[in-house]
Design a protein around this ligand. Structure first.
Ligand code: NAG
Ligand code: NAG
Ligand code: NAG
Ligand code: NAG
Ligand code: NAG
Length: 499
């Protein structure tokens, strides 16, 4: 008996060891039915000489990687927007590091490569945060619940370099160096090469992301038109249209602040590379949002490889010069309420909020959907309408604020709830996960098979999800929301003052 138990124990102890190109990783059971592998390196630590450089392949670890906890977040300075406040506040500095290029994987329990067994679809999450803040490693983005409810899918989440560490712009670096976007691509390549060992199907990877994550997914399609390595794209409340072109000012401001104000650009970069990361973080820090109401410290710029000028994005959109894989794209009913400066009591300037919602989110989704429809690429479009009570943090919040759909999708409303998650909300979680997983499993027709018609610019094909908090979809014509998208109102960035 004792012998049997010992063997069983030995087997279960190594059951979660999976070989990868980074070394063998040892996971754990995050909940009955789900195996988790957290904190796997997908690139060499971008520190020392590798700061401001493209991601490099990591060395294969000689020992088994203990993949039992999230890695540190990339260095950032967080702003007190409603989303950050409600996600649990700022990430302590002790939980941040320049060594942050890690990913996390959740699979059905003990799943691994098996001969003659079809691989599972994989959903790869890119978090938001204005390219300046955020991390995969928070409870809100725990993939456990999606996998627990859907044993036919794997969830992966990734970190990428942020702010000036991820998006330095300097002539000495060849202009805009969108390292954070290249990190995302490196993570996709890692997952593409390794996911079969976890029981995944490398030919069925779907990217999904929200806000800057959605924008990342959107720009990814333009950057890798011929070799996307993914089978589907989900853009939640963020498309390439929200990208600006920051120019080198922020790099100059911060490098000057840390004492690297050399007129010679290459000397400036050389000096900047030697500065302690914490010192740079301190110089990025500034409690006012920048002109874009986004974190300071840099964001993607035009390099004509990963990010293009807006004119070029539009041209490429119309002629179909993007990865022609199926798309699920959408935005929320009142995005702006959670992306502009707010006052806990007075709320927000609703005029300004409505301009943000339309110009940066509704019209961006409309364009991305239209480009696909015009080029005969399967596309589904939604508008998220709910205002569920357990995450209705302020009385002035309207329905469908920015980020509102994310904790519903992940089934993590309880991590940020102001009251107990109720039965209707639990139903909503199941409903939304079913839709997203159906897309990942069959990007072209999975949603159609659930009764969601493919998007047409002139049909009743735009899905309003959870209108009046009802657990259902209603299909409406897109012109209900897309008026003025041919000439959307200018966002008055100058008027972004504390409210
Ligand atoms: C990877 O291995 C090479 C050769 O052994 C070594 O020079 C390098 O420092 C290693 N890199 C890391 C990130 O450990
Ligand atoms: C691996 O992580 C677990 C959980 O944090 C811990 O209990 C265990 O001691 C670690 N093992 C090694 C070899 O570090
Ligand atoms: C923060 O940024 C604003 C606008 O760029 C600037 O005027 C202000 O001096 C900065 N404050 C600090 C503490 O750096
Ligand atoms: C990108 O291409 C545009 C033309 O589409 C050009 O004006 C611009 O200089 C290019 N920028 C870079 C960084 O190559
Ligand atoms: C609200 O925003 C609009 C649009 O930017 C602006 O015209 C108006 O003055 C703002 N109202 C207040 C009270 O700040």
């Amino acid at each position: 008996m004792r012998f049997v138990i010992t063997i069983a124990f030995a087997l279960s102890a190594c059951a979660l060891d999976i070989p990868t190109s980074s070394g063998s990783v040892r996971g754990f059971t995050s909940e009955p039915g789900v195996s988790a592998y957290l904190g796997i390196p997908f690139a060499a630590p971008p520190i020392g000489e590798l700061r401001f450089q493209k991601p490099q392949k990591p060395n294969r670890s000689q020992h088994t990687i203990n993949a039992t906890k999230f890695s540190k977040a990339c260095i950032q300075f967080q702003y007190k927007t409603p989303v950050v406040v409600k996600l649990g506040g700022e990430i302590p500095e002790s939980d941040q590091s320049e060594d942050c290029l890690y990913l996390n994987i959740w699979t059905p329990a003990g799943r691994r490569r098996e001969r003659n067994r079809k691989g599972l679809a994989t959903m790869l999450w890119i978090h938001g945060g204005g390219y300046g803040e955020g991390t995969a490693g928070i409870d809100a983005f725990d993939g456990t619940h999606i996998v627990k409810n859907h044993q036919d899918v794997i969830v992966v989440s990734i970190n990428y370099r942020l702010n000036l560490f991820g998006f330095p712009v300097s002539p000495a670096l060849g202009g805009a160096l969108n390292l954070g976007l290249l990190d995302q691509r490196a993570a996709v390549e890692w997952v593409h090469s390794n996911i079969a060992n976890f029981g995944g199907d490398p030919n069925r990877i779907t990217l999904f992301g929200e806000s800057a994550g959605g924008s990342s997914v959107s720009s990814y399609a333009y950057a890798y038109p011929d070799d996307p390595k993914v089978a589907g794209l989900i853009m939640q409340s963020g498309t390439a249209e929200i990208l600006g072109d920051p120019g080198p000012e922020e790099f100059l401001r911060v490098s000057k602040a840390v004492g690297c104000d050399d007129k010679d650009d290459s000397k400036r970069v050389k000096c900047f590379k030697k500065v302690d990361a914490k010192t740079i973080q301190g110089a990025i820090s500034n409690r006012t949002l920048n002109w874009y109401a986004w974190p300071n410290g840099g964001m993607p710029g035009v390099d004509n490889k990963t990010v293009f000028t807006m004119e070029e994005f539009i041209t490429r959109g119309f002629v179909g010069r993007f990865a022609k894989v199926p798309v699920l794209v959408g935005s929320n009913n009142h995005e702006g309420d959670f992306v502009i400066p707010f006052n806990a009591e007075k709320g927000i300037n609703t005029t300004l909020s409505d301009i943000m919602t339309k110009t940066l989110f509704t019209c961006g989704s409309a364009l991305q959907a239209m480009y696909r429809a015009n080029n005969k690429v399967p596309v589904y479009r939604y508008r998220y309408m709910a205002r569920f009570p357990s995450i209705s943090w302020y009385p002035w919040m309207r329905d469908g604020t920015h980020f509102a759909e994310t904790p519903v999708l992940f089934g993590t409303m309880n991590t940020m709830a102001i009251r107990k998650v109720d039965e209707t909300e639990k139903e909503a979680i199941k409903y939304m996960q079913k839709l997203w997983v159906a897309f990942a499993n069959n990007p072209s027709d999975g949603l159609k098979n659930l009764g969601w018609p493919k998007y047409k610019t002139d049909g009743k094909t735009l899905a309003e999800i959870f209108g009046k908090n009802e657990i259902s979809m209603k299909f409406v014509k897109s012109d209900k929301y897309d008026d003025h998208c041919d000439n959307p109102p200018q966002v008055p960035f100058d008027s972004f003052t504390p409210y």
